[in-house]
Design a protein around this ligand. Sequence first.
Ligand SMILES: *Cc1c(COP(=O)(O)O)cnc(C)c1O
Length: 377
Amino acid sequence: MSRPAKITVDLTAIQYNYQLAQALAQLSAPSLAKSPKTLAVVKADAYGHGSVEVAKALTAQVEMFAVSCLEEAIHLRNAGVQNKILLLAGFFEVADIDLGIQQNCEFVLHNHVQIQTLLDTSLDNPITVWLKIDTGMHRLGVSIDTVQEVFAQLSASKNIENIRLLSHFSNADDLTSDYTAAQVADFNACVSSLIQQQAKAKHCELSLANSAGVLAWPDSRLDWNRPGIMLYGLTPFITSHPEADKLIPAMTFTSQIIALRNVLIGESVGYGNTWIAQRDSVIATIAVGYGDGYPRTAKSGTPVLVNGQRVSLVGRVSMDLICVDVTDLAEVEIGAPVELWGKHLSANEVAKWADTIGYELVTRMPNRAKKEFIKCK
Ligand SMILES: *Cc1c(COP(=O)(O)O)cnc(C)c1O
């Protein structure tokens, strides 16, 4: 009865991927006194997987979740999620400070306006803050040469009980780049000089690793790790990697063939007549399109699985439909199952054909396609 385009989110895969992240975090820098912790990043509706369901599946294993903003945290609270939540961009206005504290959230402080605002308010109880240091991403964070001063101000404030230090990588998904090692070195040097001048800093917990760091940069695994994309089973790397290759994709995007036709050599398929048959062909039409989140930028040739076999997208992606060339399949019928991406065809591979990355494909899924969850027992 209903339109067959559907998203299935395997929550057991997310639990497995989280455990992999946590196991890698345990192999962190031996100098760490305490056992490292692994935040689960569930911003942007858990990268399109459904933040409430994902958070509930992880709630017992995870100390803390991370989201981008207070609205995302409140969405989780309204659904009954109780774990602490880190706001990765902190607060945007002064009223959000009290609201965030009430909602059991912690703030990243990334700029001087936020820091001054917090110093100027009067809180009932002192809080933990996460001071973000810019080690080369040049997007958020205070610059290394102001860290001493900012740290001194924060640690002297009666609003602040505990300071954690973090930074973010700009290029850790490139395994051949030496920029990540340089960011780790700059972060460590910054922390060391802080400790030399301000004894309090010795007790600060540290946080660097995103998924790429957790998977491939052992020196970045510190007190708090912050994996996102790997929890959803997508590798951040272009090339294969022994740890990333163990991840299980959580999102499967499926539909069905709803029409079949013969197209003669020289005839075209789809809007703009961009694809012309180079041979007499059998063309299958699938009930999925950019209105369901399949990228319109996907080019002819993009792989699609029909009955578990690879075929190629032909012509432009429409709002509700795509066409594929099934000439080489021995058997194909209306109603045949189609996987657009998932466990057998990586969203990352499809993304490459659409000039984007797997992160974007899964995150920007509209609500149109039904979402179903596979839950653990
Ligand atoms: C989104 C985000 C992460 C997670 O990054 P992944 O590449 O998805 O693992 C970690 N830290 C910060 C600050 C982020 O914004």
